[in-house]
Design a protein around this ligand. Structure first.
Ligand SMILES: [Zn+2]
Length: 334
């Protein structure tokens, strides 16, 4: 491929803006170019949902980031969402639907559930899923919620009341959760553990989840790094807690906060040496597709479907940052 035209454009932009080498010139187009390069073929859906690729979209994604999704609503047809549970690593299990992911991290002293799902998925996916995998739902000790939107937290209250699990959430997201009506889908959990800007570490037995406070998608979004074992070998995971920027509009500070948060979790992922990137939506990390590939025959040179390498994990967060910078420039009038 001849990359000469791209080099010419980049050089011109550099000369015009005087940006330091390695820094993206601060224009919508330059940030999109940087995001596109980082996305490659791995993270196209993240790029499509976050970047202002088309003028009419104004970088607001599909707007779902604005929906708290807390109102009671009937469960959709199971045939449109049900997925079997899968063992992903020695001690990490996927309990998602085809659209949203929940994860079970098994430790020497019980189970940590990372994100729940809509209330109608708690029983079939999390409780029955654990049982199908030979795990006991009564061993759930913690439920760590990335952010207080119904597609990720409606199972928290049930797991808390049935099994005595401690619910962990960002402090500002607890504040909004506790204001919900008592008859809201899934019920309202009691406040257990609040995480503020300093982050937190949740240790259960032999496993510690490093919680990074990454406000942006919601005001109290949490992201994580944590270790798992792959055939006895320790592998580090980076978990992106919230993605869409649809509610930000002209709020420049909110865009800046989101970008700063992605830099923070990217740095934590680099420090940990994370080679796996997880999200709570299959469209961003292909969890549903990859989960089903675990038992499949691997061709020569193919590795575990979830292990993408440190460079790819960093590219994921670069897509989020560069798309948000492009969308901010499109949305915020100076
Ligand atoms: Zn959300």
């Amino acid at each position: 491929m001849n990359s000469a035209p791209f080099i010419t454009v980049s050089l011109a932009a550099f000369l015009l803006t005087g940006n330091a080498v390695g820094q993206t010139p601060d224009t919508v187009e330059s940030h999109i170019v940087a995001a596109r390069a980082a996305a490659g073929t791995d993270y196209r859906n993240t790029l499509l949902n976050l970047c202002p690729l088309f003028p009419a979209a104004s970088g607001t994604g599909r707007g779902r980031g604005a929906l708290p999704l807390t109102a009671p609503r009937p469960a959709p047809d199971r045939a449109t969402w049900y997925a079997s549970p899968y063992k992903i690593f020695d001690n990490l299990y996927w309990l998602g639907t085809r659209q949203h992911s929940s994860w079970a991290l098994q430790t020497s002293a019980g189970i940590i559930i990372i994100d729940t799902n809509f209330a109608w998925a708690t029983e079939p996916e999390i409780i029955d899923g654990l049982t199908k995998l030979g795990l006991n739902p009564r061993d759930i000790k913690y439920v760590i919620i990335s952010h207080a939107h119904g597609d990720h937290d409606q199972g928290a209250a049930e797991l808390q009341s049935r099994y005595g699990a401690k619910v962990v959430m960002g402090a500002p997201d607890w504040d909004s959760t506790l204001q919900r009506a008592p008859d809201v889908a899934g019920g309202v959990p009691k406040r257990d553990i609040s995480v503020g800007p300093e982050g937190a570490k949740v240790t259960l037995g032999d496993t510690t989840v490093n919680i990074v406070f990454t406000p942006g998608h919601s005001v109290g979004t949490l992201s994580y790094t944590f270790p798992v074992k792959d055939q006895g070998r320790t592998i580090q995971v980076a978990y992106s807690g919230g993605t869409l920027t649809g509610a930000f509009g002209a709020d420049g500070a909110r865009w800046d906060e989101y970008v700063a948060s992605q830099k923070k979790i990217a740095a934590a992922a680099a420090t940990a040496g994370a080679t796996v990137i997880l999200s709570n939506h299959s469209e961003y990390d292909n969890a549903y597709t990859k989960a089903r590939l675990i038992p499949a025959k691997r061709e020569a040179g193919e590795t575990h479907p979830f292990i993408v390498g440190t460079e790819s994990v960093q590219r994921y967060f670069t897509v989020m940052q560069e798309c948000a910078m492009a969308a901010k420039l499109r949305n915020v009038v100076k």
